[in-house]
Design a protein around this ligand. Structure first.
Ligand SMILES: C[S@@+](CC[C@H](N)C(=O)[O-])C[C@H]1O[C@@H](n2cnc3c(N)ncnc32)[C@H](O)[C@@H]1O
Length: 269
């Protein structure tokens, strides 16, 4: 992936890359960059260039770069996948001025940070592989400063659905063994057990379906005239299964199996 990305970045004539140019590969979640803008609207007032944020399961780092562009905060993106972290660093160095984002390889379950290091944490479609959601939430609570918040945009099971109802591959799992989904009710209880207060919850499922329908129609219809073909597409990070993943996401949501949610958890002062 890194080699291909390096080639794509060297287009002729040379381009002055903007953060938004990479949204086909660094916004790997339902709703794309629009969903990230909406999530970040939930960040509390008072954050500034002196604030620090953590993005867990950061992928190629788009969420962190957008936080920096909107608020000037310093960001750390953490991901298990070494190639994604290398790609995130490469994208960052191709933007001028470089966003104040660092990227580190690591596991969200074993955060390599001191207690109360961050003003806020973001997580987009990054908890669905993690079975131990209780320890995950306790770890996030520890690294947050008092008064801090966790903003999440995640996929969960609908109340009556079970893991076996989900059709794979999806963007986070090629097969059932790699996927660990839970319901919002269960997640809510785990968040409260970890010490959080649920400050906001929103069901984004209908918006996600509308976005999937529009994105998939644009990509597949020869009649839609696209001014210029996108250079960076999800096949680069997700591989040849990217289209099947997108089709299965739509199928799983429309079958009433998956729910797309955004939420804010707060830590008391
Ligand atoms: C669907 S991608 C989303 C990436 C990014 N948040 C975005 O929205 O563009 C899920 C990411 O979570 C990462 N991930 C999964 N489990 C993780 C863990 N335990 N610790 C850190 N990263 C993890 C994966 O490597 C992958 O990059």
């Amino acid at each position: 992936m890194l080699e291909k990305l390096t080639q794509l970045l060297k287009i002729t004539p040379p381009k002055r890359w903007q953060i938004e140019d990479f949204c086909g590969i660094d916004q790997l979640h339902l709703g794309g960059i629009g969903a990230t803008h909406k999530l970040l609207d939930g960040l509390s007032d008072g954050l500034s260039s002196h604030s620090y944020g953590l993005d867990i399961g950061c992928g190629l780092g788009g969420t962190g770069r957008l936080v920096w562009a909107k608020l000037g905060c310093s960001m750390i993106g953490l991901d298990l996948n070494t190639s994604y972290i290398e790609a995130a660093k490469l994208l960052n160095t191709n933007i001028h001025p470089a966003p104040k984002c660092q990227f580190v390889v690591g596991n969200s379950l074993h955060l390599p940070f001191q207690k109360e290091s961050f003003d806020f944490v973001t997580s987009q479609h990054a908890c669905m592989n993690i079975e131990q959601k209780g320890p995950l939430l306790k770890g996030l609570y520890q690294v947050l400063k008092p008064g801090g918040q966790v903003l999440m945009h995640e996929v969960m099971l609908q109340p009556e659905a079970t893991q076996t109802d989900v059709i794979y591959p999806t963007a986070w799992a090629n097969k059932k063994d790699e996927s660990h989904l839970c319901t919002w009710a269960h997640f809510h209880d785990l968040a409260c057990d970890a010490g959080f207060e649920v400050a906001h919850f929103e069901d984004d499922t209908n918006a996600a379906v509308a976005w999937l329908q529009q994105t998939r129609a644009t990509n597949s219809s020869p009649r839609v005239s696209v001014p210029s073909k996108p250079i960076f597409t999800p096949t680069l990070p997700l591989g040849p299964n990217a289209k099947a993943m997108s089709a299965n996401m739509q199928g799983n949501i429309q079958a009433g199996v998956l729910q797309v949610v955004s939420l804010t958890l707060s830590k008391a002062l």
